[in-house]
Design a protein around this ligand. Structure first.
Ligand code: ZN
Ligand code: ZN
Length: 243
């Protein structure tokens, strides 16, 4: 532990925590003020659920999301330790695998994360786990963008598991991992928008705010994160046309 403290100054952890909070506030705050505050009367036709979340709900969404970001940033102590000891499949020169692989690795991370996310989500819906963990996220039946990381601490640790999985599974460059983390923040916020933004649905098997809203109201369906692939394959997909 002493060695770890030498390698990783407290400052680095604080910087990461600050960066994650800054990104979360930016990525959730912009659509929130655009859709829920300034455009509240303008965009009611595309609001998935008629009602708007109250300030107590938003406060709780932010509170639990900040706790999650605290846990996420704390993971860096372990990740850097693995990295500095050469345990992971990190490579430092982009030329080693080339630009095409750099792009492919980000796509691979997304596909791996989608599978990981679907199955741990199914696991957390198991009757023995649900009420102790994932129930917290489901208390927000009408989610707002602030809900993106409103998890029970156990769920935060489980969801963070994707980072070591990637680190040990595929060759990865720091830039690719940073792009991937940015995509996680963007996409998790996107599916919690609470608005049906049809223009942002690019392909059929893409998971959307409308699909994830179904999950917040009926927890038997739509466990996916980026795609509806696993839901369709496992028979847990519900396309709620009325929404
Ligand atoms: Zn959710
Ligand atoms: Zn769930």
């Amino acid at each position: 532990m002493e060695k770890l403290l030498e390698i990783l100054p407290f400052k680095l952890w604080l910087i990461l925590l600050g960066l994650l909070i800054f990104r979360y506030v930016l990525v959730a705050g912009i659509p929130y003020f655009w859709l829920y505050v300034i455009g509240r009367n303008k965009y009611t036709a595309i609001k998935i659920q008629r009602s708007y979340p109250g300030s107590i709900q938003v406060f709780n969404e932010v509170k639990y999301s900040l706790l999650t970001l605290f846990i996420y940033s704390s993971g860096i102590w372990l990740f850097i330790f693995w990295l500095q000891n050469g345990y992971t499949k990190n490579y430092s020169e982009i030329n080693e695998f080339g630009i095409p692989y750099l792009i492919l690795s980000v796509l691979l991370m997304i596909v791996i994360h989608d599978a990981y996310s679907y199955w741990i989500h199914r696991l957390m819906h198991h009757k023995y786990l649900f009420k102790y963990t994932h129930l917290l996220h489901h208390k927000f039946k009408n989610p707002s963008p602030w809900c993106a990381f409103a998890f029970h601490p156990f769920e935060s640790i489980l969801t963070l598991g994707i980072i070591p999985l990637i680190m040990f599974l595929i060759p990865w460059h720091n830039i690719a991992l940073m792009i991937f983390i940015t995509i996680i923040i963007l996409y998790d916020t996107f599916i919690h928008l609470g608005f049906n933004l049809k223009r942002l649905k690019i392909f059929k098997w893409q998971n959307t705010p409308k699909d994830h809203d179904v999950h917040h109201r009926n927890s038997k369906y739509n466990f996916g994160l980026y795609f509806t692939f696993w839901d369709r394959l496992m028979g847990t997909y519900l396309n709620n046309q009325k929404s």
